[in-house]
Design a protein around this ligand. Structure first.
Ligand code: FPP
Length: 246
């Protein structure tokens, strides 16, 4: 499965399949609470759901799946929960990387993962480096990510170029802004899914979601599986996208 995508060999892609799907994986805590389990147990099942979603998205022909695993606001959670999430990240990179690599998955990170423990940050760097030439699918994991922070960093980058005399403000266009965001080089966001019956973007992909289709489901993230992903993709296929036109 590994290797570059071959659009010619595969024929033209089906426009009803979203190229880029992002998921706000919400409801792990409530899933655990409903079972009298600690929140960490919900995150553990949530990580399993993330693994299932990657496989199902790849099988459906989605080019890029972006997962909101840890927001820049999640540092406000109790230390024990932060440790649980960091531990899961460590565990899954070790356990799943070989399999994903063999399946042609390229890993990207949105946000600044250097805020995590040094061993985790190094592990993430190595995983990105190891999978960088894979072309079947990209999995972008948002780690210590917040969309406003991403936009501030992008503005600083462009501001720095202006201050250095290398860029005229009038030369800034949407494509240039795209190119300095964490998602640079990824396909445009087509579909954003949020689980657990919450109707918010929670500082996720604010620029990129401008024309994305939004799907909200009551399913708690640990209960989200291949069937739920396929249902969301089916709903996307039925939507008519007009981008402000008629
Ligand atoms: C929201 O549920 C979920 C998170 C803050 C973390 C998402 C993390 C995972 C799915 C596991 C780790 C992922 C990887 C890729 C290793 P919540 O805790 O806010 O749920 P609640 O609203 O019910 O309390």
């Amino acid at each position: 499965m590994a290797g570059k995508p071959q659009p010619d060999a595969a024929g033209p892609r089906d426009p009803r399949v979203p190229r880029h799907v992002a998921i706000i994986m919400d409801g792990n805590g409530r899933w655990a609470k409903a079972r009298g389990l600690p929140r960490g147990a919900g995150h553990k099942q949530g990580a399993e759901a993330a693994r299932r979603a990657v496989r199902a998205a790849g099988e459906a022909g989605v080019e890029c799946l972006t997962l909101y695993a840890f927001s820049s606001e999640n540092w406000r959670r109790p230390e024990e929960e932060i440790n649980d999430l960091t531990g899961l990240l460590r565990f899954y990179i070790q356990k799943e990387l070989d399999g994903f690599h063999k399946e042609g998955v390229r890993l990207r990170v949105l946000g600044d993962h250097n805020a995590f423990a040094p061993d985790v940050a190094r592990m993430v760097d190595k995983a990105i480096e190891r999978t960088r030439d894979n072309g079947r699918m990209t999995v972008a994991v948002a780690l210590n990510y917040g969309a406003r922070g991403e936009l501030v960093r992008a503005m600083r980058t462009l501001g720095g170029r202006i201050a250095a005399g290398a860029l005229a403000p009038d030369a800034i266009d949407e494509a240039m802004v795209d190119s300095v965001l964490d998602t640079s080089g990824l396909p445009p966001l087509d579909l954003l899914i949020r689980t657990s019956g919450e109707y918010r973007l929670s500082n996720f992909l604010l620029w990129q979601a401008a024309y994305a289709e939004l799907i909200f489901t009551d399913t708690l993230w640990p209960d989200f599986g291949a069937d739920q992903l396929r249902a969301a993709l089916d709903e996307y296929a039925r939507r008519e996208r007009r981008y402000g036109g008629l």
